[in-house]
Ligand binder design. Structure first.
Ligand code: UD1
Ligand code: CA
Length: 473
């Protein structure tokens, strides 16, 4: 059965309870805006068209939508308020001959998922309904629309809290605000809906009674998963939805074979990919488009933003952004790795090392206490402890190159731009200002001189002088 599908996402509302200069639907959980989650779910239904209705902060919201999902049709809601008006204007943007199903989602309800919507649409089509909505049973239904049913159980309408009688307010089955409509039934209903209610709005929910009145079929399908319909209206709900999303993401990775030692301290963004047999240790935050290949161990206490981690790599107690780590690479503890860093297979960025835009070849190591910025290092080289690549002359940044199998001594300063060719050595403490040819040893310290008796003469009476005196006896 091929049934044409359009998705309408409502995002015109103001979201005042966020108390924010950022429009509500642009607040983020799981690494992306609320509306982006809804756009991704909409795309998962493979509809012909996705229409987003905007009004409040129109420019920012529309731009964010188009940045995330460029084919979205943006529709502006006029001054007539209400969800019914929003949908009415949205469907006016559909081709005149569109006669399929219309899924209506809310830009501030990010946890709805594709399988649930697919089931809702399938039931809707099979039942030849004019309207199908997702409902839920809430112990505390305050603020939400209530599903009205007659004694037979048949649905007869929806009443908004502000318009409900005391008896109706006791109803615990609520409207989740997620719908499927038949196009013709919806258009006809919206033509008839007025703003004659407590909020003087054009209610989408009034479509239920209108469709029933002309002999159409309407039903509410209750879900036992209240998170699917949870809307975000304030910062508390934002955090709750974020935590629940994280819980679901962690669970999905665990089911796919990832060991996550402590789900409660592990945060994984929605678009992170992790292969099976990866181990995530406590306190780990995986963000953005990070990907982790099989056998890798990440954590504890590690943040990776948009990083690529190779097979069997091990990254502990470190923070990295836009970096690539090769197979079997070792990172940390306490490494700070900034954009553009690429560590080759079996390479090492060790304790208290900062790297930025550093291309470090296979099996090369920067093991301790170094800064490597704007540098290309070949394969099998070792950078001695405490080495600094001085890439900044106070005005411009410069790039240095280190060849293959180079041995940089401890505590070198490489004054960029400089090249150290393949197989060269530098002595400890060298300030490398000139290129070092292949196979040479560079050093610039004067030979060591020992001035005998210097302490006794210049620091008489000190503990050092006494120790020296005793040592001589
Ligand atoms: C609506 C339902 C209510 C349901 C609840 C579920 C109506 C009349 N009521 O309540 O039965 O229980 O959702 O959360 O539909 N929006 C627009 N344009 C508008 C008004 C709203 O685009 O003029 C958007 C909002 O940005 C939001 C969504 O529609 O994304 C729902 O609006 P909201 O005001 O949050 O829901 P309610 O009207 O309170
Ligand atoms: Ca409202």
């Amino acid at each position: 059965m091929t049934q044409k599908l359009a998705v309408v996402i409502l995002a015109a509302g103001q979201g005042t309870r966020m108390k924010s200069t950022t429009p509500k639907v642009l607040h983020r959980i799981g690494g992306k805006a609320l509306i982006s989650h809804v756009l991704d779910t909409a795309a998962g239904l493979q509809p012909e068209t996705v229409i987003a209705v905007v009004r409040h902060e129109r420019e920012r919201v529309a731009q964010a939508i188009l940045d995330h999902a460029p084919h979205t049709v943006i529709v502006d809601q006029d001054e007539v308020p209400g969800t019914g008006r929003a949908v009415e204007q949205a469907i006016a943007a559909l081709p005149a001959d569109f006669d399929g199903s219309i899924v209506v989602l809310s830009g501030d309800a990010p946890l709805i998922d594709v399988p649930t919507l697919e089931r809702l649409v399938a039931g809707h089509v099979e039942g030849q309904r004019g309207m199908t909505l997702l409902s839920a049973i809430f112990d505390n239904p305050t603020g939400l629309g209530r599903i009205l049913r007659e004694s037979s159980g048949a649905m007869v309408g929806i009443v908004e809290e502000k318009d409900a009688s005391d008896a109706q307010r006791k109803i615990t089955e609520i409207n989740g605000g997620i719908y499927v409509f038949a196009k013709a039934a919806l258009s006809r209903a919206l033509d008839e809906i007025d703003t004659n209610n407590a909020q003087a709005e054009k209610y989408l929910t009034d479509a239920a009674a209108r469709i029933l009145a002309v002999g159409g079929i309407v039903d509410a399908v209750a879900t036992d998963d209240p998170w699917l319909i949870a809307g975000v209206n304030d910062r508390t709900q934002l955090a709750e939805a974020g935590r629940e999303l994280n819980h679901r993401i962690v669970l999905a990775h665990q089911r796919a074979g990832v060991t996550i030692v402590d789900p409660s301290s592990t945060w994984i963004d929605a678009d992170v990919s992790i292969e099976s047999d990866v181990e995530i240790l406590p306190g780990t935050y995986l963000r953005g488009a990070t990907s982790i290949a099989t056998g890798a161990i990440v954590g504890p206490d590690t943040t990776l933003v948009d990083c690529e981690v190779g097979e069997n790599a091990h990254i502990r107690r470190s923070e990295a952004t836009l970096a690539v780590f090769g197979a079997g690479a070792e990172v940390g503890p306490f490494s700070f790795i900034r954009p553009g860093t690429e560590l080759g297979a079996a390479g090492k960025i060790g304790a208290f090392v900062e790297a930025k835009n550093a291309k470090i070849g296979d099996s090369s190591k920067v093991p301790h206490l170094s800064y490597v910025g704007d540098v290309t290092i070949g394969e099998g080289s070792n950078i001695g402890a405490g080495t600094i690549v001085a890439n900044y002359d106070g005005v411009n940044k410069h790039h240095s190159t280190v060849g293959d199998a180079v041995r940089i001594g401890s505590k070198n300063v490489l004054i960029s731009p400089v090249t150290i060719e393949d197989g060269a050595y530098t002595a400890a403490g060298t300030v490398v200002r000139k290129d070092v040819p292949s196979g040479s040893l560079a050093m610039n310290v004067a030979p060591q001189r020992n001035l005998e008796g210097w302490v006794a003469e210049n620091r008489p009476g000190t503990s050092s002088a006494q120790a020296a005196e005793q040592g001589r006896e």
